[in-house]
Write a protein that binds this ligand. Sequence first.
Ligand code: HAM
Length: 436
Amino acid sequence: MITKPKGTYDVLPEEVKSWTKLESTIRKICQIFNYKEIRTPIFESGQTFHRDVNDTSDMVTKETYDFKDRADRMMTLRPEGTAGTVRAFIENKMYVSALVNKLFYLGPMFRYERPQKGRNRQFSQFGIEALGSDSPYMDAEVIALGATLIKALGLKDVKVKLNTLGDKLSREAYRAVLIKYFEKYKDELCEDCLNRLEKNPLRILDCKVDRHKDFFKNAPKITEYLTDASKEHFDKVLAVLRQMNIDYEVDESLVRGLDYYSHTVFELEVNIPEFGAQNVIGAGGRYDSLVKDLDGPDTPGVGMAFGMERLLLACEMAGKKLGTPDFVHIYFIALGEEAQQVALREMQVCRIGGLYCDMDYLGRSIKAQFKSADQNRAMFTCILGDNEIKNNVINIKNNTTEEQETISLYEIYPYVLNKINSKSACASCKEKEVTE
Ligand code: HAM
C-alpha cells in the first residue's frame, strides 16, 4: 500500500468543515482589519529563502525542501509566507499604488522537521504582512488582529509574549556584549550555538538545547542596550496594547527563530498541557530590512503567522467545535418519475436562490425518503406526488415545529426564505446564520 509521506496528513470530509469554518473566520477578521488576500507560489526560486550565507535559523539552514527543476534551477518549497509575499510585493511594485500594503495569505508550508503532535512537514499557515509603515501602532495592530482571531475562535488562556530586538545600532551593541559573555561558556555550547556565536549570537538565546543551562539565566538582556529610539518604539507598542485591553507579558529572552526580525517580536502561546513543546500557535515581528535584503526599496514591514493545525487543535482541546453540523434547508420527497422531474425543477429554483436542497435519486419508498430527509437534517420536507402535481401544490413540513401546510408549487422558495428569515419560526435557522 502506498502511504502518505512522513509528517503529512489527509483532511477527511468530516474534518474539512472545521477547516472551512476556520478559513472563513480568518477571512472575516482580515476584512474587519482591512487586510487583502495575496496568493503566491508554493515553490519559489531558492534564493528567496537562501539569500544570506550568514543565516543561522534552523528553518533556512536545515529544514527547507530544495530541489533542482528540469532546467537545473534551484527551487525551494516555501517554508513560510513572509519571504514570498515580500518577493511578490517587490516584483509587482505594489509600493507604487499604495503607501501601506496590508496583506494576508493562507496555505501550505513545508519544513523538514521531526514530526510530532502539532509539528508537521507540510502544515498550513495563516499569515499577515503589513508593508510600508514603521509605526509602532502597526506592530500593535498586527498583534491585535491575532488577539481578535483568538477571541473569535473562543480560545482562552492564550498568552501574548513579546520582546524587542531593537534597531541595528541596539543589536550591534548587544551583539558585542553577548559574544563576550558566551565566549566564556564556549565549552558548554552546542555545535549550533558555536556557529551562532560567530554569525548571530542573539539566536543563541533561542537555542532549544542550551536555553535551560544555568549560565543562560545571567546572560545580558537586550533592554540594557536599546537606543532611545528603539526603547520609545517598544514603549509605544506596549502602551497601545494596554489601551486596547490586550494582555501581554514581556519576555526578555524571546528572540524568535528567524533571522530577519528587528524591534518588536512576539509569540502567542496556549496553555494546554497536551500541546507540550508545540504550544506556540502564532508568532511574528517587525522586519525592517527584509524588503531591502530582497532587492526592493527600503520598506519597513511587520507581520505574523498562525499554524492552522495548531489553531484547530487548540479549539478541539478547548472543546470548541468549529463548523456546523450538516443540514439542508429543504429535502424533496418525490413519488414517481414525473414528481422527480418537477422536484428537480423546483429544487433548481431554490438552489439558485441559495437554499441548500437535496432529494432522493434512488426512487425509493416514501418511508425510505423520509428517513433520508432525517439523515440530511432537513429543516423542511416537501412532499410531491401525482395529486400535488395535478393541482400545482406541494405539501411542506417544518421539521422543527412539525407544522404541515399545502402551498402553491411555485411558492416554495419565498415560503422557506420567509420562514428562515423570521427567526422564531425555526430553531435550526441559527445554523444558517453560523454558516454564512
Ligand atoms: P514561525 O514562528 O516560523 O514564523 O511560524 C509561525 C507559526 O507557524 C508557528 O507559531 C506555528 O504555529 C506554525 N508552525 C511553524 N512550523 C510548524 C510546523 N512544522 N508544523 C505545524 N505548525 C508550524 C513564521 O513563519 C514567520 N513567517 C511569521 C511572520 C510573518 N513573521 C512576520 N511575518
